[in-house]
Design a protein around this ligand. Structure first.
Ligand code: PLP
Length: 394
């Protein structure tokens, strides 16, 4: 006989929208020739010199725990790279290497948030920020964004959501799932607001090296008065196609990074040495691989936009990262984005995710990842056009 507690989950475990992802992945597994524009995992290989550095590190015995904040040369290289990209000036002990940027979100939440504290997040936005905050029993305050601002935050949109309990403001730039960039002059205004209301800013700049055209990212921590109230979250997954190496970092003032290092130690001890040596090669080696990937994503972005234009589907202008956020409601099919994604997968064998996964309250939008080569994207867009036509004929 089982006791009542034998199979009980903790109260905080909620069946969230994220389960949709698992359901769609399960459906896709049972189908042939699915074009996957779902996950934010580049199909591109990690550049050869980075893989080689990892291989060499293994041969040299990098098979042990390291310093809990990461090997010193990597932390120095990250600090140098942040400076080169116009970010703040950090010492090596103001960098914390984490097993992926996502892990960093939980380190931040557990280090900074008490029950009842409020954390302001963009909506739609990358959902683990919310999950991490909920683990700390903080209150998640969502700032809804829409097409009016091309799905980017403005200081004036944030202002009404600030209360006496507001502690953290999350800025994701470029944003996931919308692929949009907050303009530098708006970042300046948001930073002023954060100073005015004594907020800590978590600036997620993991896609900052992947922007298109004239769009560029203003690092928050480099703005006047922001260095000591900003934690920059970033990593190697996106710009260097290193998702599977599980390595990211937090950069911030010593008085925050030192306790965060202790929390990180409790959770992870340290990041795999092999990944740290590979990341060191990524940060210090030739950067033309990043420019090349940027060009690749730019071509894919154009292919997706051309396909959407042909179908007559509205979308947020994709300015950075590798996502296009498109409006199913603009097709007037009479079905929501969730149902559209399921039909597209079952009938068109194309996978993309509904925006509700990322907090969008409308069930109108879908996120498409630019994680397939142009010919496959073109094929995906043709299949999508056929599914749209079939729904219209019903
Ligand atoms: N931040 C954003 C906005 C992301 O989209 C992701 C992954 O998709 C991450 C952080 C985490 O990436 P990783 O844990 O691979 O470093």
């Amino acid at each position: 006989m089982t006791t009542p507690n034998a199979h009980r989950l903790a109260a905080r475990v909620k069946l969230s929208e994220a389960h949709l992802i698992t359901r769609m992945l399960n459906i896709a597994d049972g189908l042939d020739d699915v074009i996957k524009l779902g996950r934010g995992d580049p199909d591109l290989d990690t550049p050869a010199h980075i893989v080689e550095a990892g291989r060499q590190a293994l041969s040299d015995g990098a098979t042990h725990y390291t310093h809990p904040a990461g090997i010193a040369p990597l932390r120095e290289a990250i600090a140098a790279q942040i400076r080169e990209h116009g970010g703040a000036d950090y010492a090596a002990d103001e960098i914390l290497v984490t097993p992926g940027g996502q892990h960093g979100m939980f380190v931040i939440a557990l280090s900074l948030l008490d029950p009842g504290d409020e954390i302001i997040v963009p909506c739609p936005g990358y959902n683990p920020y919310q999950q991490a905050a909920e683990l700390s029993e903080a209150k998640v305050v969502k700032v809804p964004m829409g097409m009016e601002t091309n799905f980017t935050l403005t200081a004036e949109m944030i202002r009404p959501h600030i209360t006496a309990r507001s502690k953290i403001l999350v800025l994701i730039n470029p944003n996931n799932p919308t692929g949009t960039v907050t303009a530098p002059e708006e970042v300046v205004k948001i930073a002023e607001l954060a100073r005015e209301h004594d907020l800590i800013v978590i600036s997620d700049e993991i896609y900052a090296q992947l922007t298109f055209g004239n769009h560029r990212v203003q690092p928050v921590a480099a703005l006047p008065g922001m260095r000591d109230r900003t934690i920059t979250l970033s990593g190697f997954s996106k710009a260097y196609a290193m998702t599977g190496w599980r390595i990211g970092y937090l950069a911030g003032p010593r008085d925050l990074i030192t306790p965060m290092t202790e929390i990180n130690h409790a959770f992870a001890i340290s990041v795999a040495g092999v990944s740290q040596h590979a990341a060191l090669a990524a940060a210090t080696g030739p950067q033309d691989c990043v420019a090349e990937m940027r060009g690749t994503y730019d071509a894919r972005r154009r292919a997706i936009c051309a396909g959407l234009d042909a179908i007559g589907m509205r979308y947020a202008e994709p300015q950075g990262g590798f996502y296009v956020y498109a409006d199913v409601a603009s097709l007037k099919l009479g079905i929501g984005a969730g149902a559209f994604c399921e039909r597209l997968l079952a009938e068109g064998r194309v996978m993309m995710y509904p925006g509700t996964i990322y907090g969008d309250h409308t069930d109108d939008f879908v996120r498409m990842s630019m994680t397939q080569p142009v010919p496959r994207i073109e094929e995906a867009m043709a299949r999508m056009a056929a599914v749209v036509a079939a729904i219209r004929e019903e």
